[in-house]
Design a protein around this ligand. Structure first.
Ligand code: SF4
Length: 684
C-alpha cells in the first residue's frame, strides 16, 4: 500500500458564528494539525479550543455510515435505493391523503448555504409547501426581526473589526468568552491595550463581565427596561445625536412618547440595577465617539425577545451609532451558518435573499427561474410545526442536522410530537436522540467531507474545501437532498456546490455578484454583493433600505417573563460552554475535550449552597413543571442568589436542560423562551 500523502486544505470552523477559517493538515484520515493563516479574515493567527482540537469525531466508529430503515423497534441498514424509494413512496402517500402542507422540512444552520438553498427548493418547488425552517428559530430570529424592522437588513450592521474598533462595546445577554471565543479575544485585547471601554449586562459574572468597566446584573427578563430607561435618560438630557435623528431616522416623536414609563426610578425598581449604574452607563454611551452593541440568547430567548432586540436597535439609532466605523448592532450568531440558512431561504415566509413568499412579483420571478408554480402562503415555523404535529395537521417531517428532540424547548412535548408522526426522515452524522424517532435515517457527511460556503455572523461568505472523503456510504447533504428531490419527480442535475451557489446568487438581489471565483481560497464577501463583486463590510453608510432611505424607531413594550407556581423558586439560566458545542453530539466524542469537561453540571451560588446544604460535586435534581434532570452541583460565585446556570450541552440525553424548559415563545418570532424557567432543586 502506498503511504498516504500529507495534505493541507482550507476549511471553515463549524462551532460558532465567528467563522474562523484555517488550514487542516491531514495524512490519510488522520488530522495532524489545525493551522490558522494570516489571510483568514476573522481569526488570522488564532482559534479556540473547539476549532483547534474538536475534530477527531469525524473518524468515530459511531458515525452513521449507511441508510437505515425502522423495522419495529430496531433500525436495519438498507441500500440508498431502498431508503429513497421508501421516502418517495411515503411522502407521496401522505401528500395525497392530507395535502401538501401536511409535510414539514427543517434544514440545518450547520450545513452549507448550497444545502440550505436546495432544502428550501425541495420544500417549495417539489413538495409545494412553505413549511420550511431552520434552527435560527431557536436563537437569533428575534434579533433578525428587530434589525429588519428598524434598519432594513436582518444581518449584523458592520464587521467584527468594527467591534474591535469601537470606543465602547456593550454586551447584553451573551457569554462571549465561551460562545464566541475568538471575538472575545479581540474585545479583551482592545480593552486591555487600546483603552476600549466595556459594559456587560448579564445574570452571570462571566469572563468578560469580570473584566468589564461596568457589570450590570438585571433581574431575569428585564433588559428591555434598562435599555429603554438609558435611552430615555440620554434623550431627556439632550445627549442624543440630533442631526442623525433629524436626517436619517423616522418615528422619533412617537418613540419618545412611548418611552414615558421608562424612568430611571422605574428601571431601578424593576431591574434591580442601581440608578448610579444606569446613569454611568448613559454617561459612557454619551462620552464614546463610537458604540457597538453585541447581544445573544440572553436577550432573544425570551417572550419579549424581539422587543428587547428592538430596544437595542433604538438605542443605537438615537445615539447615531450606526453606519460609521466602530459602531453598530451585532447579534452574535450561534451556529456557523445561522446567517446563511436564512439568507438562502430556509424560512417559512422568505425565499432566498429575504424575498417574501407572499409577494406576487417575487414569486413570479422564482417561478420563472425554477419553472414551477410556488405555494402562496407563508408556512409553519419550527415551533408551530410541533404544535401542528400534535394537532394532526403535520403528518410527515424531513429533518436535516438538528437534534431537535433535545435542543427545542420543552423536550418531552417535542418528543411526544415525534412519536405521532406518520413518517419521519432524519439526516445526520450520528445517531442522535431525534434519530431514535425516525422511520428512515440518512447518513450525512460533515463539513470536513464536503465543499460549499458558510456565512458567518458578520454576513461574510467563505468557502470550505473537502478535507476528507465521505466515510462509508455517507454523502454531503446537497447530494442527498438532490437524490430525494429527483426520487420525488424533480429533474435536478447539480454536479457541484458551485452550480447551486451560482444559481441561488444569480436569482437573489442580495448576493448577485457572489461567485466561487470571488471566494477562492481565503477570499470572502460580505453581503449585499453588487453584480460587480463589490461587497458591504459596513451597512447603512448611505441610508437605510426602508421608506425614504430612513431607519425607523419602533416603540416597544415590556413583556413580563413566564411565571411558574411558587414551589419552583429558583431561576434557571442556560447557555454554552467553551469546550462543547450545542447539544454535545460532536464534542463529547473528542477524548481530549471530554476529559476536560466530562459531564454537565448546575452552577449554584455560594449563598444558596450554604442555605440548602449543597456541597461542590453533590448530586442534585432540578424539577420544573415540564420535567426533571439529575446532575452534579458546582458551587461558584459566577452565579448569585437564587439564580442557577446549566450548560446546554450534555453527554447524556436524560440530562438535557430542555427537559426543563417550557413551550413559551417570543410573541413575534416564536423563538422559545429558553431563558425564562423557574425550577425546584432537590439535594439527592
Ligand atoms: Fe470555531 Fe468560533 Fe472557536 Fe472560531 S471562535 S475557532 S469559529 S468555535
Amino acid at each position: 500500500l502506498r503511504e498516504a500523502r500529507i495534505q493541507k486544505t482550507k476549511t471553515v470552523c463549524t462551532y460558532c458564528g465567528v467563522g474562523c477559517s484555517f488550514d487542516i493538515w491531514t495524512k490519510g484520515r488522520k488530522i495532524l494539525k489545525v493551522e490558522p493563516q494570516m489571510e483568514a479574515p476573522v481569526n488570522q493567527i488564532s482559534t479556540c479550543v473547539k476549532g483547534k482540537f474538536g475534530w477527531d469525531w469525524v473518524n468515530n466508529p459511531e458515525r452513521i455510515l449507511q441508510p437505515m430503515i425502522r423495522r419495529g423497534d430496531a433500525f436495519e441498514p438498507v441500500t440508498w435505493d431502498e431508503a429513497l424509494d421508501t421516502i418517495a413512496r411515503r411522502l407521496n402517500e401522505i401528500r395525497q391523503q392530507y395535502g401538501d402542507d401536511s409535510i414539514a422540512l427543517i434544514s440545518s444552520s450547520k450545513t452549507t448555504n448550497e444545502e440550505n438553498y436546495l432544502m428550501q427548493k425541495l420544500a417549495r418547488a417539489v413538495l409545494h409547501t412553505n413549511n420550511i425552517d431552520n434552527c435560527s428559530r431557536y436563537c437569533q430570529a428575534p434579533a433578525t426581526e428587530a434589525m429588519r424592522r428598524t434598519m432594513g437588513y436582518g444581518g449584523d450592521s458592520g464587521s467584527i473589526t468594527d467591534i474591535a474598533k469601537a470606543e465602547l462595546v456593550i454586551i447584553v445577554g451573551a457569554n462571549t468568552a465561551e460562545s464566541h471565543p475568538v471575538l472575545s479575544t479581540r474585545i479583551r485585547r482592545a480593552h486591555k491595550k487600546f483603552g476600549q471601554k466595556l459594559i456587560v449586562a448579564d445574570l452571570r459574572k462571566n469572563d468578560l463581565a469580570q473584566r468589564a468597566d461596568v457589570h450590570l446584573h438585571p433581574r431575569p427578563g428585564t433588559d428591555l427596561i434598562w435599555l429603554s430607561a438609558v435611552t430615555k435618560h440620554l434623550i431627556d438630557t439632550g445627549r442624543y445625536d440630533k442631526a442623525f435623528v433629524a436626517q436619517r431616522v423616522n418615528g422619533f416623536d412617537e418613540y419618545v412618547k412611548s418611552l414615558a414609563p421608562f424612568t430611571l426610578e422605574y428601571a431601578e425598581k424593576m431591574t434591580g440595577i442601581p440608578r448610579e449604574q444606569l446613569e454611568r452607563t448613559a454617561d459612557m454611551i454619551a462620552a464614546a465617539g463610537s458604540v457597538a452593541i453585541c447581544w445573544a440568547m440572553g436577550v432573544t430567548q425570551h417572550k419579549g425577545g424581539t422587543d428587547t432586540s428592538t430596544a437595542i436597535c433604538n438605542l443605537l439609532l438615537v445615539t447615531g451609532n450606526i453606519g460609521r466605523p466602530g459602531t453598530g448592532a451585532y447579534p452574535l450568531r450561534g451556529h456557523n451558518n445561522v446567517q446563511g440558512a436564512g439568507d438562502f431561504g430556509c424560512a417559512p415566509a422568505m425565499l432566498p435573499g429575504y424575498e417574501r413568499v407572499d409577494d406576487p412579483q417575487v414569486r413570479a420571478k422564482w417561478e420563472r427561474a425554477w419553472g414551477v408554480s410556488l405555494p402562496v402562503n407563508p408556512g409553519l415555523d419550527n415551533h408551530q410545526m410541533v404544535d401542528a404535529i400534535h394537532e394532526g395537521k403535520v403528518r410527515a417531517m424531513y429533518l436535516v442536522g438538528e437534534d431537535m428532540a433535545i435542543v427545542d424547548s420543552n423536550a418531552n412535548y417535542v418528543q411526544a410530537a415525534f412519536e405521532k408522526l406518520d413518517f419521519f426522515v432524519v439526516q445526520d452524522v450520528f445517531f442522535s436522540k431525534t434519530a431514535q424517532f425516525a422511520d428512515v435515517i440518512l447518513p450525512a457527511a460533515p463539513s470536513l467531507e464536503k465543499e460549499g460556503t458558510f456565512t458567518n455572523t458578520e454576513r461574510r461568505i467563505q468557502r470550505l474545501y473537502r478535507v476528507l472523503d465521505p466515510l462509508g456510504e455517507s454523502k454531503p447533504d446537497w447530494e442527498i437532498i438532490q437524490l430525494v428531490a429527483n426520487r420525488l419527480g424533480a429533474n435536478w442535475n447539480y454536479t457541484s456546490p458551485k452550480e447551486i451557489f451560482e444559481e441561488a446568487c444569480g436569482i437573489t438581489e442580495l448576493m448577485k455578484g457572489a461567485t466561487y471565483e470571488r471566494l477562492e481560497g481565503y477570499r470572502s464577501l460580505q453581503w449585499p454583493v453588487l453584480p460587480d463583486g463589490t461587497d458591504s463590510p459596513l451597512l447603512y453608510t448611505d441610508g437605510f433600505p426602508l421608506p425614504g432611505g430612513k431607519a425607523r424607531l419602533v416603540p416597544v413594550t415590556w413583556t413580563p417573563p413566564v411565571t411558574t407556581p411558587e414551589e419552583f423558586d429558583l431561576h434557571l439560566n442556560n447557555g454554552r460552554l467553551l469546550e462543547h458545542f450545542h447539544e454535545g453530539n460532536l464534542t463529547y466524542r473528542v477524548p481530549g475535550i471530554r476529559q476536560k469537561v466530562p459531564s454537565t453540571f448546575v452552577e449554584v451560588s455560594p449563598e444558596l449552597a450554604r442555605e440548602r446544604g449543597i456541597e461542590d460535586g453533590m448530586l442534585v435534581r432540578l424539577v420544573s413543571p415540564y420535567g426533571a434532570v439529575k446532575m452534579r452541583a458546582v458551587v461558584t460565585d459566577r452565579v448569585s442568589g437564587k439564580e442557577l446556570y446549566v450548560p446546554m450541552n450534555s453527554p447524556k440525553d436524560e440530562e438535557a436542560v430542555n427537559l426543563l424548559t417550557s413551550s413559551e415563545a417570543d410573541t413575534a418570532t416564536h423563538t422559545p423562551a429558553y431563558k425564562e424557567m423557574n425550577v425546584r432543586l432537590e439535594v439527592l
